[in-house]
Design a protein around this ligand. Structure first.
Ligand code: BV8
Ligand code: ZN
Length: 245
């Protein structure tokens, strides 16, 4: 894979780097994506799982789905793509990760600034009194209950729910001031997260897509690398090392 010379020239003078990531960055860690051929939503659609009404209608099914995913996540670890993003921090004064993923892998890899737009599967709270439960949960007949008697839910953003305002605001600010904006492993169909790519374009960032397929935003990116993030990001990093020394 030839690393585009335009990208290298941009990286030479860049100070602020943003990595905007989706499920594809965790695919090589063994965590299934949502919409690919092996996507976890092929069997059950997001509407049936990732929304509050679905949870109230069938909390046991939704918890089964999150426990299934948590189990996969607990047995997975960050991959070369996550670690390459961490290493970028050695070469630029500002590196920000904005993720749609709830799997905690960017933090486990060691990224210093991570904004989680859709929450984190390791965190939970009571829907009645909002008490947080970020440790092991006790399941009673398939549903964890709070000491107040309320049901506990995962601290993730479901369809129709607002994204955490601080995470979104900070993500927008980082995007606006970014010199190079990497879009990694996302189908870019979920809003308002995907809107960040258009914000990056509006403010003149150099946009680099890394994806195994073309996506909704491919045409507005300056450079498109078609392939696996765990292979492409380390190769870009190798090129970077040669110019930065
Ligand atoms: C909201 C839950 C305000 C957590 C998820 C315009 C503006 C605002 C809202 C909307 C709008 N238009 C529509 C909406 C509504 C809706 C929406 O966007 N619907 C879409 C589907 C049309 N948005 C919302 O409801 C949002 N809330 O707007 O609030 C509001 C409030 C009240 C009333 C009205 C409005 C909430 C969105 C969050 C939903 N929660 N998940 C969880 O359980 O995980 S979304 C779900 O999709 C995940 O969070 C995931 O992160 C996200 C995006 O998916 P991707 O990460 O991109 O994953 P995907 O599988 O799709 O793609 C993987 C990609 O990787 C592929 O391209 C593949 O080619 C690539 N790939 C695979 N392997 C590799 C790879 N790339 C590189 N290397 C590899 N090895
Ligand atoms: Zn409670």
């Amino acid at each position: 894979m030839e690393v585009d010379s335009r990208l290298i020239n941009k990286l030479k003078e860049a100070e602020k780097i943003v990595f905007f990531t989706g499920a594809g960055i965790s695919a090589e860690s063994g965590i299934p994506t949502f919409r690919g051929e092996d996507g976890i939503w092929n069997k059950l659609s997001p509407e049936e799982l990732a929304n509050f009404n679905a949870f109230m209608r069938n909390p046991k099914l939704v918890w089964e789905w999150y426990q299934y995913r948590k189990n996969i996540i607990h047995n997975s670890k960050p991959n070369a793509g996550h670690y390459a993003m961490v290493e970028f921090e050695k070469y630029f004064p500002s590196v920000t990760v904005i993720t749609q993923n709830v799997d905690n892998l960017h933090k486990r890899a060691g990224s210093k600034i991570v904004y989680e737009l859709h929450g984190n599967i390791e965190r939970n709270f009571c829907i009645k009194c909002k008490k947080r439960y970020d440790t092991e949960l006790e399941f009673l007949d398939g549903i964890p209950k709070c000491d107040c008697g309320g049901m506990i839910r995962p601290d993730v953003v479901w369809f129709g729910e607002y994204l955490p305002a601080d995470q979104l605001k900070n993500s927008e600010l980082a995007t606006i001031s970014s010199d190079v904006f990497f879009v990694v492993g996302t189908s870019a169909v979920v809003y308002p997260a995907a809107g960040l790519v258009y914000t990056a374009r509006q403010y003149g960032s150099f946009i680099v897509e890394v994806n195994t397929e073309t996506t909704e935003v491919s045409k507005i990116c300056d450079v498109n690398f078609q392939g696996k993030a765990g292979e492409i990001l380390p190769r870009i990093l190798d090129k970077l090392k040669k110019i930065k020394y």
